[in-house]
Write a protein that binds this ligand. Structure first.
Ligand code: NDP
Ligand code: HSE
Length: 413
């Protein structure tokens, strides 16, 4: 019998438990022996709740050490979402030579180098497929492609919650807060959904992808981040009138020995391949010099899709197919985010005097912008060719509140 120690029994943890039960025969056949959860780490309040529900409490513990010190456990699956505790659980497990599978992108993004180094030292697998793109198999193919290619571009819709919100606002005209609440009920959102809608979750995923793709550390601070929380019906009406949609995209591009890494809302034509990625789906494209473009697509969040990705890692470990070596190289690329230019959309909703001040200042841009006043009194400005930082500086100088403006790049090529 093979045993899993499960840390966390929320959305993803319960999905892991459910799939293991549903697919026990197939798994036993493939692995040559059955695989089961031996112990589950839960918070004290959950222990009481599970007792009341009649769950087999002999499986539950509130002490991590009960799992760490159990000699029967073959793999530890960390799905608590906790930052400090999550890191401690992963480190202690690897230190002891117990393979770790996690979906915890906050911890992986913040501590990827040290965790992979520890895994290598201990010759113990550390896998985190579920941390990027939910169900999509992306990290395993990427780790293979970096051996065969120089990867110069990686781009994608990396957050299910934000994409779900944008889709339902665009297609059904629903209210932002209402759709966000629905995404939380469906188990897509992070504990603090600010991470989803302000782009920090996508930033962590892009950092993980870019670090692997570019064979060297692209730290969280190397990624420019802006989100979608201030989008309004005025933005949607304008973008629709252009036969376009807006998507929260993460893009990392290497040019020579420099790279850029940005997460931002991007207005794309309806004909763009990202435009049709709807609801909580994610899509990721990578470009390598030998393989060309590879596109990955699938459920980006949710209980069973994420649990499925976790269990693929578990299967690789139990089959002895997981590499324990460090996947990060030592390339030293310099960050060229500041040099990026593009077309930029800005919508501002505030008093008439401030709008006039913005319109006057926008006239200073090298390429004269298009501007219009909407029926609800918002100002829309589209900058022909501008530095992203200059557009943000404009709203910064006028000290606009975050909720009073929305900025999106127009196109991304
Ligand atoms: P949940 O909040 O649903 O589940 C986490 C569970 O772990 C909760 O029951 C929580 O208890 C418990 N927990 C928190 N801290 C500890 C701790 N220190 N020790 C023991 N248990 C703890 O989160 P999800 O299942 O949605 O997410 C889990 C992880 O998977 C996160 O890292 C998330 O980012 C990642 N992920 C989630 C996806 C999704 O679609 N949901 C997709 C991809 C990745 P309590 O509620 O009492 O705090
Ligand atoms: N909150 C994340 C999302 C979960 O919505 O994409 C999947 O990583």
């Amino acid at each position: 019998l093979k045993y899993i120690g499960l840390l966390g029994f929320g959305t993803v943890g319960s999905g892991v438990y459910e799939i293991l039960n549903n697919r026990s025969e197939e798994l036993a056949l493939a692995l040559g022996e059955p695989v089961a959860v031996k112990k589950i780490l839960v918070m004290p309040a959950d222990l009481e709740r599970k007792k009341a529900e009649g769950f087999d409490v002999s499986l539950l513990t509130t002490r991590f050490e009960d799992i760490l010190e159990d000699p029967d456990i073959d793999v530890i699956v960390e799905v608590t979402g906790a930052f400090e505790d999550g890191l401690r659980y992963m480190r202690s497990s690897l230190e002891k030579g117990i393979p770790v599978v996690t979906a915890n992108k906050s911890v992986v993004s913040a501590h990827m180098e040290s965790l992979l180094t520890l895994a290598k030292e201990k010759e113990t697998p550390f896998l985190y497929e579920a941390a990027v793109g939910g169900a999509i198999p992306i990290l395993k193919p990427l780790k293979e492609e970096i051996l065969l290619n120089r990867i110069d571009e990686i781009e994608g819709i990396l957050n299910g919650t934000a994409n779900y919100i944008l889709t339902r606002m665009f297609e059904e005209g629903l209210d932002y807060d209402k759709v966000l609440k629905k995404a939380q009920e469906l188990g897509y959102a992070e504990f603090d959904p600010t991470d989803d809608v302000e782009g920090f979750d996508s930033m962590r995923k892009l950092r993980i992808l870019a670090t692997l793709a570019f064979r060297g550390a692209v730290s969280e601070d190397d990624v420019i981040v802006s989100g979608i929380s201030s989008i309004t019906q005025a933005d949607i009406d304008y973008i629709k009138s252009e036969n376009a949609v807006v998507k929260l995209l993460g893009r990392a591009v290497r040019t020579g020995d420099t790279y850029t890494a940005v997460v931002e809302p991007i207005i794309v034509d309806r004909s763009d391949s990202f435009a049709s990625v709807s609801m909580a789906l994610n899509s990721i494209a990578i470009r390598g010099d030998h393989v060309g473009e590879l596109r990955f697509y699938g459920e980006g969040a949710g209980k069973l899709p994420t649990a499925d990705a976790i269990l693929r890692d578990v299967i690789d470990i139990l089959l002895g197919a997981a590499r324990w070596r460090n996947d990060i190289g030592d390339e030293k690329l310099s960050n060229a985010n500041d040099t990026q230019t593009g077309r930029y959309y800005l919508r501002v909703t505030t008093d008439a005097e401030t709008l006039e001040a913005i319109r006057a200042r926008s006239a200073d841009f090298a390429v004269a912008p298009y501007w219009e006043l909407t029926k609800d009194g918002s100002l829309i400005v589209v900058f022909g060719e501008a530095k992203r930082s200059d557009v943000y500086a404009l709203v910064g100088e006028i000290e606009l509140k975050r909720e009073d403006f929305f900025i999106a790049r127009v196109g991304y090529r």
